[in-house]
Design a protein. Structure first.
Length: 201
C-alpha cells in the first residue's frame, strides 16, 4: 500500500491596498520619519536649562552701616541721632521730631545725603547769623557753614563762585579738606591758593 503525497500548502493571500490607502500610508510613514529626525536634531531641554543655584549658597545682604548726626536748631528734640548710612537731611529732622513752626526750611536742603559726624542746624525764620565768625577767632571762614554773603567776602570769590560753592556743598555734602574746592566749577589752583589761608573745614 503506497502512501499518498501530502497536500500542497494553501496559497498565501496578498494584502492588496487601494490607491488611496497606499498614498495615506506613505504620507504617515514620511511624517513619522521627518518628526523623528527633527526630535533627534533638537538639543535636550534638560541640558539647555541651567541648574538653579542652591538657596543655601546665597549670602544675605549685609546690614547698612550706621552714622551719627547732630541735629540742633529749630527742631522738636535737638540731639545726637543714629541713622542709616544712606539717610538724608529729611530723615535726620524726622528723627529729631520734625521742625518747629519757627523753622526756616528754605535754607535747608532736605534731599541732601548726610555724613557721619555731621551737624545739621535748622535756622529760625528771621534769625541773623554770622556763619563766617569762627569760634577760635582766627578770622577764617568755615566752608561748611558759611552762607553765600560770607563766601563773597573771600578774595577772588564773587557772587557766581559763592553760589557754586553753596550748591556744591548742598549736592555733595561737607567739604572734607580745603582742596575739595577744586571740584567747584570755576575754582582752579590759582584761586585756591588765594583762599587757602582764609578758609577752613
Amino acid at each position: 500500500m503506497t502512501s499518498s503525497p501530502p497536500p500542497p500548502p494553501p496559497p498565501r493571500r496578498r494584502l492588496r491596498l487601494g490607491l488611496g490607502a497606499a498614498v495615506v500610508l506613505a504620507i504617515v510613514a514620511l511624517s513619522t520619519a521627518v518628526g523623528l529626525g527633527l526630535v533627534r536634531g533638537q538639543p535636550s531641554s534638560v541640558d539647555a536649562v541651567p541648574l538653579a543655584e542652591s538657596s543655601a549658597s546665597v549670602e544675605p545682604a549685609p546690614a547698612p552701616a550706621e552714622i551719627y548726626v547732630h541735629v540742633l536748631g529749630a527742631v522738636e528734640r535737638p540731639g545726637l541721632y543714629v541713622l542709616r548710612a544712606d539717610s538724608r537731611v529729611v530723615d535726620a529732622l524726622a528723627a529729631a521730631g520734625g521742625s518747629t513752626d519757627a523753622a526756616d526750611l528754605a535754607g535747608v536742603n532736605l534731599a541732601r545725603r548726610v555724613e557721619d559726624g555731621e551737624q545739621i542746624l535748622v535756622p529760625v525764620v528771621g534769625a541773623v547769623a554770622d556763619p563766617s565768625a569762627p569760634p577760635s577767632g582766627d578770622g577764617t571762614v568755615d566752608l561748611n557753614t558759611a552762607d553765600q554773603a560770607a563766601l563773597e567776602e573771600l578774595p577772588g570769590i564773587g557772587p557766581a563762585l559763592a553760589e557754586r560753592i553753596v550748591a556744591w556743598r548742598e549736592d555733595n555734602g561737607r567739604f572734607r579738606t580745603v582742596d575739595d574746592l577744586l571740584a567747584v566749577p570755576g575754582i582752579g589752583e590759582k584761586v585756591l591758593e588765594g583762599l587757602r589761608d582764609g578758609v577752613r573745614v
